[in-house]
Design a protein around this ligand. Structure first.
Ligand code: NDP
Length: 488
């Protein structure tokens, strides 16, 4: 689909109290197509005064309607929204193709999972309940109630805009909360289109609100608002820390899904082709802008050269091109600014003594002329002490290191402030289980890449975050437990 077929003509609005509205200030910002560097759409920019209205509408909807809906009513509305979304997946995939630079084939694949997120929580919520407790005092009946929190602020990054918005919104609504969503200002368009479906799905006005604009002041206003009970944030660790500090003033609940510097451990007895395919995907998928990507590649010395020969051959053949081309595997990064950040790390790595090597020459190509395009790259000769092995680069770059013993591999894998995920490749099942225990990360994958599905919990240890997204855990995290002690 062409840009003009899927994009709105006028500025993209906010969604407040069931209505698409301009910002009170009338201010707009421009969303950029990273594959061309040109303006894609104008978007109304909220200010703290719009956030105030959105939170007010969410509070009103919570008290007057949503908190007392029957579980099956909430379930039906989520299912209806899933159906409406399914009918829009193709158009939304094109919108994210242009707004985020996602190759269209990959964009379709990701967004086709969106309706399933809503369906999963529509089913899950029907099993949500408290329990009766057999307490030691027999003059009491004691039981628990699972209650919604109230209004949840959902702060979404740019790497999987609508998918992550849905992963936050579905459990929050399922649990009986109302939401205010703040998409990334870099990629707001698909979330605004989701907002256009919520009235038809039967959600009362104010249950779902959307405020576009920058992290500071729009996201920050949500975090500081005392009426907001919880913030669910996905993004960089530094922003996450700031939100953690600001949320402390009103003792908010938090789910923080932050950065990673995950390790992939490839042992000599591994199925090398499988391990190579996963490393390749970690660089190419979404141009490496994936929090769970294993960006530290740890290779057992005796197979390291053979592994790299295979990986390098695949990287030389990757199809980089305009995201709207169905054959494109790797498009631009989300923005010139993100690509500039990655380029800076190439200099940092070189200065530290590592050698960055690119596998596709983009020089002189007119179809990848925007400075948001980067080739796939490996850092050779790195050590785990270097910044390129310690900091999240968030681009198509893996840092390669070698190890001789299992103990050395585990020590390197765990020597990080992060703890989001890890991969282990070995045919020795006993060693695999030893690794599962030894590696300190929220998700450990054996002989497969890090892929999260809606029905399994995902979330990091240490500075990779707090709490879990996905799975039943996300639903429980969006509730509070009340204990009732009833005297007989
Ligand atoms: P941020 O972490 O800054 O942004 C994520 C979201 O949080 C956006 O909606 C952003 O708004 C918002 N935000 C930023 N600051 C605040 C704040 N103080 N209060 C409330 N909301 C806030 O990501 P960046 O785009 O700046 O990327 C920086 C780095 O973060 C990347 O290079 C990458 O390393 C990492 N990152 C990690 C992600 C992950 O999934 N783990 C996802 C995205 C980035 P807005 O963008 O509109 O200003």
């Amino acid at each position: 689909m062409k840009r003009e077929d899927v994009l709105r003509k006028g500025p993209y609005p906010l969604l407040i109290d069931g209505k698409e509205v301009p910002s009170l200030s009338g201010k707009t910002f421009t969303s950029i197509d990273p594959s061309t560097g040109r303006a894609l759409a104008e978007v109304h920019e909220a200010g703290p005064e719009d956030v105030d209205l959105a939170v007010g509408a969410a509070c009103k909807a919570f008290e007057s309607a949503w908190r007392s809906t029957l579980p099956r009513e909430r379930s039906k509305k989520l299912m209806k929204l899933a159906d409406l979304l399914a009918a829009r997946v193709e158009a939304l995939s094109w919108i994210e193709c242009y707004d985020a630079g996602k190759p269209i084939a990959a964009s379709r694949a990701w967004l086709s999972g969106g309706p399933g997120t809503l369906e999963y929580y529509a089913g899950c919520l029907l099993g949500l309940s408290g329990e009766t407790l057999d307490v030691s005092d027999k003059t009491l009946m004691d039981f628990t109630l699972r209650e919604p929190l109230g209004v949840c602020g959902l702060i979404v990054p740019w790497n999987f805009p609508l998918s992550i918005a849905l992963l936050k919104m579905a459990p929050a609504l399922a649990a009986g909360n109302c939401v205010v969503i703040k998409p990334s200002e870099v990629t707001p368009l698909s979330t605004v289109e989701l907002g256009a479906l919520v009235a038809e799905a039967g959600f009362p006005p104010g249950v779902i609100n959307i405020v576009n604009g920058p992290g500071d002041p729009v996201g920050s206003a949500l975090v500081r608002d005392p009426r907001v009970a919880k913030i669910s944030f996905t993004g960089g660790t530094e922003s996450g820390k700031r939100i953690f500090r600001e949320a402390a003033d009103t003792v908010k609940r938090l789910t923080l899904e932050l950065g990673g510097k995950s390790a992939s451990l490839v042992f000599a007895d591994a199925d090398l082709d499988k391990a190579v395919a996963v490393a390749y995907t970690d660089i190419v998928r979404n141009s490496g802008q994936v929090c769970g990507a294993c960006t530290r590649l740890l290779l057992e010395e005796s197979v390291a050269d053979a592994f790299l020969d295979k990986l390098e051959a695949k990287l030389r053949a990757v199809k980089i091109g305009p995201p709207e081309d169905p054959a494109t595997e790797m498009g631009p990064l989300v923005s010139s600014a993100q690509a500039a950040k990655v380029r800076k790390y190439l200099q940092i790595g070189k200065a530290e003594g590592a050698t960055p090597k690119a596998y596709v020459d983009l020089a002189g190509r007119s179809d990848t002329a925007s400075d948001a395009f980067l080739p796939p790259m490996l850092f050779h000769g790195a050590t785990n002490a270097m910044r390129v092995a310690r900091e999240e680069i968030f681009g198509p770059v893996l840092t390669v290191m070698r190890f001789r013993t299992e103990a050395e591999a585990v020590a390197i894998a765990n020597d990080t402030r992060y703890g989001l995920a890890a991969c282990v490749f070995t045919r020795d099942a006993t060693r695999a289980m030893r690794m599962v225990r030894a590696i300190s990360a929220g998700t450990v994958c054996v002989n497969t890449g890090v892929r999260s599905s809606v029905d399994a919990p995902f979330g990091g240890f240490r500075e990779s975050g707090i709490g879990k997204e996905r799975g039943k855990e996300a639903l429980l995290d969006d509730t509070q437990l009340k204990n009732v002690r009833y005297g007989l």
